[in-house]
Design a protein. Structure first.
Length: 489
């Protein structure tokens, strides 16, 4: 349980901005007085006194925060002593008006140094440096794993790309952790008592226990916390930080699922970097759709949706009017083009703060142009989905974490072009999902964290064998390399 001291310490990141602003304001007043030749001495003295008191309070909260043990002692020491020096110099600047310019200049310099080291503690080493920060990862950095079945006879090998052996953890996993995790979980900063910069510390875990269960990504916090909703306080990386790409998530999943070895070598295609679509065809894993979310990485088209949506986009329509776009903006509903020049749009309710059922009725304004609709995390109920039946071109519908039940599925079957349906985190049951077998175009449904059981999924698969069902259970399949061989022959 958190102590009072720990609670007060957590206010340090908030309090620390007060002395910075006040002291710089005091210094600015001194410059103003010197340039404009006006007397604001009393205001200057008041600013330096207030800044000194704020700096002292900030130092106290910072000292309490440092006792948590989440920070490397040496890094804390520099920030701590420069912070105390700032407070002391601020009081001296207030007290000795005769030497105020000298003392104020020293205070600003020391304050800058303290702020720099504070930034390093909060955001990671080199946060304010120009050339040392990790570059943003792209979806083309992962190399292709070579499945065992690729090792064929010499006649085929002549046409195969060269392969090399590599340490998967060192060459694929470590760069991901370094870019996304080290700023909070390394020697410099051990948030939650967790370090991810060495094998021993990863296996040790943090204050709340282990984070790695070899062979089981879903039970490994190192992986499962990546999939939590972004507004969940346990989601990693925290909101506002750089999020992992779908490729990086896939690499971590593969590493853990294959035993989380820190020493094992694997074979990869020599000097070949693949796009996300190409890599996903070679990496032997399948991830739920929320891994490839627009908040993590740009959504990629897959062959599962190409048919109907492509046929829709092939027949351009008139784009929504400016007044329609303005109306939805006022409702905090985001309309974005699905493909430039076609007139079709996607509607996203992610920014809606005060959802009203009438908002769904207003979608009739774009009933012919709306291809994708995202209602996730809104309190949408069954009866409120009736207006969606008028959306004749709706192809993808995301109802993640809404309040719908089985009753809603009867309404949705009226959507003639619906191919993808996300029911993650809803209250649908085994009985309700059997209605999905009657959906004319449905190709993929997401049922993770619902009331659906494996038995219910089995019944649905038998009723609609072509339906791809994502239930959060990761399945690993090797590509059929014989197809390539047969084609070449």
């Amino acid at each position: 349980m958190m102590t009072v001291a720990e609670y007060i310490g957590r206010f340090h990141p908030l309090l620390v901005h007060l002395p910075i602003g006040i002291l710089l304001f005091g210094f600015a007043l001194m410059l103003y007085q010197k340039v404009r030749k006006v007397d604001v001495t009393e205001a200057i003295s008041l600013a330096w006194l207030a800044g000194a008191i704020a700096a002292l309070l900030s130092c106290g909260a910072g000292w309490l925060l440092a006792q948590s043990g989440d920070y490397e002692a040496e890094a804390v020491q520099v920030h701590q002593w420069t912070g105390l020096a700032t407070a002391a110099l601020s009081f001296l600047t207030y007290a000795f008006a005769k030497y105020r310019w000298l003392l104020a200049s020293l205070t600003v310099i020391v304050l800058t140094v303290a702020g720099h080291y504070g930034g390093n503690l909060t955001h990671g080493e080199g946060y304010l440096s120009f050339g040392n920060r990790p570059t943003e990862a792209s979806d083309t950095t992962a190399v292709a794993l070579v499945p065992e079945v690729v090792k064929q006879d010499s006649s085929v090998a002549a046409n195969q790309p060269q392969v090399r052996r590599t340490f998967f953890y060192r060459d694929q996993v470590v760069p991901i952790l370094e870019k996304n995790c080290y700023s909070c979980h390394s020697a410099k900063k051990k948030k939650g008592g967790l370090r991810l910069d060495t094998e021993a510390f990863i296996q040790k875990g943090g204050k709340n226990g282990g984070v790695l269960v070899a062979g089981n990504p879903q039970k490994s916090k190192l992986f499962s916390y990546l999939l939590l909703p972004h507004d969940d306080e346990m989601h990693m990386p925290p909101k506002g930080k750089r999020q992992l790409t779908s490729q990086e998530v896939a690499i971590l999943h593969h590493w853990i699922a294959k035993g989380a070895s820190f020493k094992e070598e694997v074979e990869v295609i020599q000097n070949q970097q693949l796009s996300e679509v190409e890599a996903s065809a070679i990496l032997p894993l399948t991830l739920p759709t929320l891994v490839v979310d627009s908040a993590i990485a740009p959504q990629k088209e897959t062959s599962a949706f190409a048919s109907v949506e492509t046929s829709i986009l092939a027949k351009p329509t008139e784009a929504p009017t400016a007044s329609t776009v303005t109306y939805f903006q006022q409702q905090q509903v985001t309309l974005t083009p699905v493909q430039q020049g076609t007139g079709y749009v996607a509607a996203n309710f992610v920014n809606v703060k005060a959802y009203q059922p009438s908002m769904l009725k207003e979608l009739s304004r774009v009933q012919g142009q709306l291809v994708r609709l995202r209602l996730s995390n809104q309190p949408v109920r069954d009866e409120e989905l009736k207006p969606l039946s008028a959306l004749t071109n709706l192809n993808r519908l995301n109802l993640e974490n809404t309040q719908i039940t089985d009753a809603a599925l009867a309404e949705l079957k009226q959507l003639p072009k619906l191919e993808q349906l996300n029911l993650y985190g809803t209250a649908v049951t085994d009985e309700g999902i059997q209605q999905l077998a009657t959906y004319p175009q449905l190709k993929v449904v997401y049922l993770w964290k619902t009331k659906v059981t494996p038995q219910g999924i089995g019944r649905l698969k038998r009723a609609k064998p072509t339906l791809k069902i994502e239930d959060g259970q990761q399945r690993f399949t090797l590509p059929d390399t014989n197809k390539t061989t047969k084609t070449q022959s």
